[in-house]
Design a protein around this ligand. Sequence first.
Ligand code: SF4
Ligand code: MG
Length: 335
Amino acid sequence: KNRVLAVQDLHVSFTTYGGEVKAVRGVNFHLNKGETLAIVGESGCGKSVTSQSIMRLIPDPPGRITNGSIEFNGQDLLHLSEKEMRSVRGKDISMIFQDPMTALNPTLTIGEQIMEGIMQHESISKKGASEKAVDMLNLVGIPHPEERLKQYPHQFSGGMRQRIVIAMALVCQPDVLIADEPTTALDVTIQAQILELFKEVQRKTGVSIILITHDLGVVAQVADRIAVMYAGKIVEEGTRREIFYHPQHPYTKGLLKSVPRLDLDGAELIPIAGSPPDLFSPPAGCPFAARCDYAMEVCDRVYPAKTELSGDHHVDCWLQDPRAKAMLSTISYNI
Ligand code: SF4
Ligand code: MG
């Protein structure tokens, strides 16, 4: 109905010299039409691997999607051939990354690159493609688009280059745009402008956005819903309001205190002590237990089940699970 994408029970592993790293361990989420879902977590939590899985860009070997489904337009992307996937990428689902320079070819003009993107997926005349390129630069707020199309990437500032990358990602009117740390390389003022641009293009085109970031400040401005990832799992998910004003997972609470936020200027930042578990042999219980001030015996032993707090807010934490009390009294016998 309203759902454009649904990821179910996704597992992704990487084979390394040290053994198998379980980077994504049973991830579930969906994306509604026209919304922005943010996936937030520290580096190494599996958020980028999750987005690369949607695009089927996990290098195999060493990476492998070992389980799950990614439903998009009534089909499971994990069942498509590489050839079918190539027509999905860029046309139905687009992706942009942190550093705009890696997405741009320094030897081609901006116009040539945007037009190439269009002509890859559509049969359109050169003139038509060029007009479309002008429209796209207008959409992303680049002044004098006709002249700018003839220029090369190095003639643009970092913020302008990211605008161009966004234009290239949107040129075929994809249903979904995945943006992986799209503002991390930019300074704070430009960051805010690019985030505003995401909202604006979403209003104008209806594109659904997955925003991957370690920075809750970024999310406060643009996300409708937020999924918090830790050690390869989504540990809490809710609307932006719920995550910011009623966070329930101790990790989410820690993140809120440790990450600079545009909406809480000057608040003291308190880093979360400790580090995430090693994903060669992930703990059987809650992966946050070693860093959690509230950890109970059961936490170390059994992974907490998903507890629904409201229709659109859920958390994996024993503190919220009504069965925890019973588990506490029986744990030493039954588990
Ligand atoms: Fe802390 Fe236990 Fe909740 Fe994990 S399940 S976050 S260890 S209280
Ligand atoms: Mg990353």
